[in-house]
Design a protein around this ligand. Structure first.
Ligand code: HEC
Ligand code: HEC
Ligand code: HEC
Ligand code: HEC
Ligand code: HEC
Ligand code: HEC
Ligand code: HEC
Ligand code: HEC
Ligand code: HEC
Ligand code: HEC
Length: 335
């Protein structure tokens, strides 16, 4: 848009000097119509915009890392001009008649819909532009009413459509995008025990559907356990003896993003068990499991390393014929 900028500067100059303004202004529509006659550059029917927004169009400083250039959209899926469903500039930015028909020396009025950081276009209106094509896609049928939609998070708060690389859809760079708003999860992911998110092996989107979900906390599946089973299938069982809190919700004991305790545990055993049980005769600890026995060695073992797990090794469920109902390994030594 170098030429156009020069023109604008010239107008400003002419205005200041106060001569020939009308003559120059008369030239402007002609310049614009020449530009309108230009060919499409990257999208079908984009000529009416790319006459001005061409390869020399400079990104705004705040956007430099997001958009090397406006025309990079031609390198994305939206640039597949052979596909009749792909958008052109106005599907997203609107017809923008005022922007197009603007004459004179002032900066043009904004396009109907803008998406940059300081946009005045409401989130719902920006999203409607995307949803006009993407509403039906399976992964977004629960978008309306989702945590993100109801807090006015825009599609374009996560997606960069002009950039050849859409960070949020790349496992290796996705978390950076989410962390711009979710600082607490960033801190958790940096703790000693963590899912390998920063290592690029597990993505937020392996567990969450950012577009909406029937489960809690935007879980990808209908519940926490179903989501965890997609990778930790061995925890599903079936077991002869289940440990009820495991089947209910893994987060009874684990924090998914990261913890200081080993194995993503909320707290080290025995503390994590004391949430619900008292130890074997531990005074002053309330428990929900009835009839806890006092086995002779229990309290000394509880003090050591793995705590309750020194004995109750089959914590997620047990198939053992002997002692399995107490999540103990076969042939448990106290028996
Ligand atoms: C006659 C030249 C011209 C045409 C044609 C034109 N624009 Fe612009 N556009 C401009 C100028 C000038 C700016 C302001 C640049 C600046 O602020 O530095 C601009 C800015 C924009 C912005 C940024 C607005 C903001 O501040 O965030 C968008 C988006 C935009 N145009 C979209 C379009 C679209 C879509 C079309 C086609 C429908 C189009 N433009 C056609 C000249 C044009
Ligand atoms: C799929 C929707 C979509 C299409 C199609 C689209 N844009 Fe954009 N445009 C956006 C979004 C979203 C942004 C904000 C930055 C981002 O997310 O990439 C933007 C930003 C811009 C900006 C401001 C750039 C800046 O640095 O602030 C201009 C100018 C612009 N678009 C022009 C165009 C032109 C010209 C076309 C056609 C060649 C076009 N856009 C096609 C969605 C679209
Ligand atoms: C005019 C229709 C249309 C509009 C408007 C539109 N898109 Fe698209 N979009 C498509 C089509 C067609 C594809 C090609 C992939 C497909 O089959 O869905 C696509 C692909 C995508 C993809 C990549 C999918 C992939 O698997 O490669 C993303 C992300 C996307 N669009 C986001 C957006 C966002 C965000 C907006 C709004 C700023 C938007 N789209 C507006 C039609 C549209
Ligand atoms: C909170 C961040 C976030 C928001 C907001 C968001 N997306 Fe996405 N989107 C993602 C992530 C992450 C993926 C990749 C999912 C995956 O790989 O499983 C994705 C994938 C996509 C895809 C390609 C795969 C598919 O699901 O079809 C399209 C198209 C898309 N998003 C469109 C949209 C539209 C339209 C909106 C707004 C209504 C939107 N997104 C809002 C994060 C977001
Ligand atoms: C291994 C699965 C998994 C991965 C990977 C994961 N999450 Fe979660 N996330 C969960 C579960 C389960 C919950 C609900 C329990 C909880 O709040 O701890 C949750 C809760 C959340 C919450 C809501 C917290 C609250 O207190 O309401 C946010 C926000 C969140 N995750 C963001 C992220 C982000 C961002 C990423 C990627 C950096 C991510 N998650 C990766 C499983 C995961
Ligand atoms: C532009 C800011 C923004 C971005 C980017 C963003 N989120 Fe969110 N997210 C929010 C807001 C706002 C909420 C609702 C309030 C809250 O719980 O903090 C939310 C809530 C959530 C929740 C909790 C949902 C619930 O039911 O309580 C999860 C999970 C989540 N986001 C995951 C993600 C993931 C995964 C990404 C990246 C793919 C992401 N978010 C990107 C702003 C964002
Ligand atoms: C996308 C696959 C995937 C999903 C879904 C998943 N995990 Fe993982 N999980 C992993 C990987 C990979 C590791 C690391 C294994 C390794 O380092 O050897 C891991 C490790 C763990 C660990 C051991 C951590 C440690 O410090 O050794 C626990 C506990 C765990 N996951 C619990 C969960 C829970 C709870 C859920 C559901 C909220 C879940 N996982 C969902 C892939 C997944
Ligand atoms: C009652 C508490 C509790 C619940 C609920 C629980 N876990 Fe665990 N989990 C543990 C303990 C304790 C360890 C450490 C085991 C050890 O050190 O031998 C562990 C370890 C793990 C490990 C890493 C070591 C291994 O066995 O592979 C994974 C993966 C894991 N849990 C997944 C899950 C999943 C998935 C769920 C939900 C289906 C779940 N856990 C529910 C207590 C629990
Ligand atoms: C969220 C609550 C909760 C947590 C945390 C929890 N449990 Fe349990 N546990 C239960 C419930 C409920 C039962 C089933 C009690 C019943 O059926 O009467 C149970 C049963 C057991 C049993 C089998 C005894 C029986 O009656 O079937 C053992 C052994 C056990 N838990 C050990 C542990 C250990 C060790 C930990 C810590 C790693 C732990 N539990 C953490 C709730 C919990
Ligand atoms: C030295 C081994 C040992 C340690 C350590 C141990 N237990 Fe046990 N636990 C047992 C044995 C053996 C039984 C079965 C006793 C019986 O059948 O009478 C049992 C039974 C139980 C039961 C089922 C009791 C009932 O009557 O329903 C629960 C619950 C339990 N333990 C919880 C815990 C918790 C919580 C811890 C850690 C604070 C722990 N245990 C530490 C050996 C141990």
């Amino acid at each position: 848009m170098k030429l156009l900028r020069q023109l604008l500067t010239l107008f400003a100059f002419a205005g200041a000097v106060g001569v020939m303004t009308s003559a120059l202004a008369a030239d402007a529509p002609q310049a614009a119509s020449e530009q309108k006659a230009a060919k499409d550059l990257v999208l079908k029917g984009d000529a009416k915009c790319t006459g001005c927004h061409d390869e020399s169009d400079e990104p705004q400083p705040s956007m430099i890392d997001l958009h090397p250039q406006v025309l990079s959209i031609g390198k994305t899926t939206h640039g597949t001009t052979a596909d009749s469903r792909t958008p052109t500039c106005i599907n997203c930015h609107g017809e923008s008649a005022n922007h197009l028909n603007h004459k004179g020396s002032e900066k043009p009025p904004k396009a109907d819909r803008t998406f940059g950081k300081n946009t005045a276009t409401p989130a719902a209106e920006r999203n409607a532009a995307c949803l006009s094509c993407h509403q039906k896609d399976a992964s977004r049928h629960l978008w309306t009413g989702s945590a993100h939609e109801s807090r006015d998070v825009a599609c374009t708060s996560c997606h960069q459509v002009h950039a050849a690389h859409d960070k949020v859809r790349d496992k290796r760079t996705q978390a950076e995008v989410c962390f711009t708003c979710h600082k607490e999860q960033r801190a958790q992911a940096n703790k000693p025990s963590h899912h390998p998110i920063l290592e690029g092996k597990v993505a937020c989107s392996d567990c969450h559907n950012a577009h909406g979900s029937a489960g809690p906390k935007l879980m990808k599946r209908d519940s926490v356990v179903e989501t965890c089973y997609t990778c930790h299938a061995e925890k599903r069982g079936p077991f002869v003896h289940n440990h009820r809190p495991v089947n209910d919700d893994c987060t009874n004991c684990h924090m998914p993003h990261g913890t200081t305790a080993d194995n993503l545990l909320k707290a080290r055993p025995p503390l994590v068990c004391y949430q619900c049980h008292s130890g074997h005769g531990t005074p002053g600890v309330a428990g929900i499991a009835p009839g806890i026995t006092t086995s002779p060695k229990a309290n000394t073992f509880i003090e050591q390393g793995r705590g309750c797990l020194n004995c109750h090794t089959e914590i997620h469920g047990s198939n053992n014929p002997n002692g399995g109902q107490n999540l103990l390994p076969p042939a448990f030594f106290l028996r």
